[in-house]
Design a protein around this ligand. Structure first.
Ligand code: 1CP
Length: 349
């Protein structure tokens, strides 16, 4: 017996239904390009405190929904709350990004908690409950985590780097240690995502922002295998919850990513040709993406042309309109409104 079709457009598409115009949400749709976010953020200097304040985090999640009526909201949080709940020291420096106490030895790894402290993340689950109470009935709520490779790359380097060299080196030099760290993150991610689902998220996205720096063999060990394990772990408890995988920068390795990991949908970065993806992915497989965030900054004709190209490429297939990476802080708010309007008109002027 198949489940009744979900009413929310975003969930219907993840279930394999082709809708035109497609549902739309944007990665980093909450954030610094919004004046109301900047105002809210200014009141709480610590970004982690901001993420761990249910009232504030729920408000940040809802701001873009009120303004643009996106088809999905994404929980306002960060992928680095997982290292925090594993006992690693995490902070966010203004305009510099995250800082963590680097893990580059067995001794440093041993200092981590053996299990994720879900009690520390209780405010996140309370945020989810609050968001669900306030969301319009047609809007879906997305939860998320970082993929083990991407989260580990910050845990090892202790900060953002151009190519995640420190984690790649550690994985070559001490594969057993890197495997232990990956296994710890797989377990933590399963438990964290399951609790998000219990609290009310309706789909989850696994962000593997740094998958594209991995050569083939490493890609199998550190991207495919852990993602597959997370999907299996979450689906064993919540078989109906849809999972979006977003392995950024992996090019042709997208084609069988869903078959190899079990995710329901794949996120496409902006370098992927939408026409190629539409023909390469199996017909019922939902795709999400992939407008260039810079076209959204530019607006006007550039934005219209790029948007229409994506709409046309995926027409007749299950597709969620999104960017190929997050909204940047310098994006004009009116361009986001124009994009939503254009997509809702199916690309017509
Ligand atoms: O002061 C601020 O406002 C901090 C900026 C900021 C924001 C708005 C950070 C720090 N994180 C976030 C929110 C965030 N991060 C969300 C919220 C929901 C939404 O999309 O609206 C999500 C899903 C993330 C996920 C995230 N954090 C990723 C994966 C996706 C991606 O963007 O690649 C990564 C890599 C991070 C780490 C991180 N957190 C923050 C920054 C500046 C970074 C990048 C660090 C770096 O590589 O230099």
């Amino acid at each position: 017996m198949s489940a009744p079709p979900a009413a929310k457009k975003f969930l219907r598409v993840l279930d394999g239904e082709a809708l035109f115009p497609p549902p739309i949400w944007l990665m980093r749709q909450a954030g610094r390009y919004l004046p109301e976010y900047r105002e809210l953020r200014a009141k709480t200097p610590s970004f982690l405190d901001f993420c761990y304040s249910p009232k504030i985090a729920a408000e940040a999640t809802l701001q873009p929904i009120r303004r643009f009526g996106f088809d999905a909201a994404i929980l306002f949080s960060d992928i680095l709350v997982v290292p925090d709940a594993l006992g690693q020291k995490v902070s966010f420096e203004t305009n510099e990004g995250p800082r963590l106490e680097p893990i580059q030895s067995e001794e440093a790894f041993e200092k981590l908690n053996s299990e994720i402290d879900l009690g520390r993340l209780e405010p996140v689950f309370e945020t989810i409950i609050r968001i669900r109470e306030a969301l319009p009935p047609e809007t879906a709520l997305i939860g998320f985590c970082g993929a083990p490779w991407t989260v580990a790359s910050y845990m090892v380097a202790g900060r953002g780097t151009p190519d995640q060299g420190p984690a790649r080196l550690l994985a070559y030099r001490q594969p057993e240690l890197f495997q232990q760290l990956t296994d710890r993150l797989v377990e933590a991610s399963i438990r964290y995502l399951c609790r998000q689902i219990d609290a009310g998220v309706e789909a989850v996205q696994i962000f593997d922002t740094w998958a594209g720096v991995l050569p083939a063999g490493e890609f199998e060990c550190w991207c495919l295998a852990p993602t597959k394990a997370i999907v299996a772990g979450v689906k064993s408890r919540h078989p109906d919850v849809k999972i979006i995988g977003f392995p950024k920068g992996v090019g042709s390795r997208l084609v069988n990513f869903a078959d190899l990991t079990g995710v329901d949908a794949v996120g496409l970065d902006s370098a992927v040709d939408p026409a190629w993806a539409a023909s390469a992915l199996s017909p019922g497989r939902a795709a999400q993406g992939n407008l260039d965030p810079l076209a959204l900054i530019a607006g006007g004709a550039a934005l219209q042309t790029a948007t229409r190209r994506i709409l046309e490429a995926f027409r007749g297939r299950p597709h969620v309109f999104n960017l190929g990476h997050g909204v940047t802080p310098q994006t004009p708010v009116e361009n986001v409104a124009a994009l939503v309007d254009l997509v809702r008109r199916g690309g017509r002027a």
